[in-house]
Design a protein around this ligand. Structure first.
Ligand code: J5X
Ligand code: AKG
Ligand code: FE2
Length: 358
């Protein structure tokens, strides 16, 4: 039996109280447990990009004849980009935003009925990476993999079917889009389906697997001292992110610092994940990103976390290894990688790295 995403954290419980959450709406001041300083996160106060540079992740039109090269370039320099003309109907994006808003507007007691268990994968709770930080993040999340029916039934005993259908439809669209984006990026490096065994055996996407992370960042009384979601890279091949019309997502570049990704209505943000960095033998960079919060508008985002079947060995594409001699990374399955991340967080990728002989 192949491992399912639902099982990957069975041996990696996170002990996090869920019911400690403050009533986000009534606080005038940030509680100490929510106040971040550079001690809590090395990059917390890293210089923001000077507005003068105006440099930002590119917005790429998927209908543009040169889209593949633009995507390849963005994966190498930023590890992130936005896309327009992606083919996902606007009504579907609006539907998913409405679902997400409805879910987080439910009373806390209701949301807790679908709380993520300590060893579980899906359900309501704080981000998994919370266990690596001393301070709490100003957000709440909901993770979905496979059918959301069981969890949605607990949230909406009567009216969950439409929301289940919506998630299913969104997942189909995201699967297609993610695979298209991966091949465009790889094609720009001269890599095609024949070069990757696990992807060419089943070209009908049977080799892929995914999850959704819904995020809510409530209005915050002291946004400059709070953190919505701490800096991390995603443990995916690609992540496709929908953000509502409120800024907050930031990507990090060594030469620029934190750069805010402006919401562009109707467009989607794409992040290179750690597995794509491995697959591309380090040519594509998984992007360090985080979410800040603000004082006037609550923010919603929906991340589609996309990867291979849990048991597929991912290793650098041979074609990209030969020019440089040896593979930069060892091979690893998505399950193994998520488990490494669950124990070692931001050291996970370097633990997969091959150390060259002196
Ligand atoms: C498939 C995934 C990817 C996970 C773990 C698991 C389910 C939830 C994902 C996130 C979503 C929020 C940020 C992150 C860092 C987190 O804490 O949970 C992600 C993590 C990862 O990309 O490592
Ligand atoms: O809310 C955002 O913009 C970022 C969310 C994110 O990084 C994630 O869910 O992995
Ligand atoms: Fe992320």
């Amino acid at each position: 039996m192949p491992t399912m995403l639902t099982d990957v954290f069975r041996g990696h419980p996170i002990h996090l109280p869920h019911s400690h959450q403050p009533d986000f709406t009534s606080l005038r001041e940030l509680p100490d447990s929510y106040t971040w300083t550079p001690k809590d996160d090395l990059l917390f106060a890293a210089a923001p990009s000077p507005p003068a540079t105006g440099e930002n992740i590119p917005l790429i039109d998927l209908n543009h004849p040169d889209a593949a090269n633009q995507i390849g370039g963005a994966c190498r320099t930023w590890g992130a980009f936005q896309i327009a003309n992606h083919g996902v109907p606007l009504e579907l994006l609006q539907g998913i935003e409405f679902l997400t808003g409805s879910l987080f507007r439910l009373p806390v007691q209701r949301k807790l009925k679908a709380a993520r268990s300590e060893t579980g994968f899906s359900g309501y709770g704080v981000a998994r990476i919370s266990s690596f930080f001393n301070k709490q993040m100003w957000s709440e999340g909901f993770t979905i993999t496979g059918s959301p029916l069981n969890d949605f039934r607990k949230l909406w005993p009567q009216h969950h079917q439409n929301f289940c259908d919506l998630v299913e439809e969104y997942e189909e669209q995201m699967q297609k889009l993610a695979s298209k984006l991966m091949w465009l990026a790889l094609n720009s490096l001269g890599v095609s389906e024949e070069d990757i065994e696990w992807a060419s055996v089943n070209s009908d996407l049977n080799w892929a697997q995914s999850a959704f992370q819904l995020n809510h960042y409530p209005v915050c009384p002291e946004p400059d001292r709070a953190m919505g979601l701490a800096a991390h890279t995603d443990s995916t091949l690609l992540t496709i992110l929908y953000q509502n019309n409120t800024a907050g997502l930031q990507v990090f570049r060594d030469d620029l610092g934190w750069v805010t990704v402006p919401p562009v209505p109707g467009s989607l943000v794409v992040n290179v994940g750690d597995l794509f960095q491995i697959l591309s033998n380090g040519l594509f960079k998984s992007v360090l990103h985080r979410a800040r919060v603000n004082q006037t508008r609550s923010r919603l985002s929906v991340a589609f976390l996309w990867g291979p079947q849990s048991d597929t060995k991912i290793s650098p594409v041979p074609k990209l290894v030969s020019p440089v001699g040896s593979p930069l990374y060892r091979s690893v399955t998505w399950t193994e990688y998520l488990q490494t991340k669950a124990t070692h967080f931001n050291k996970a990728l370097s633990m997969i790295k091959n150390h060259r002989e002196e």
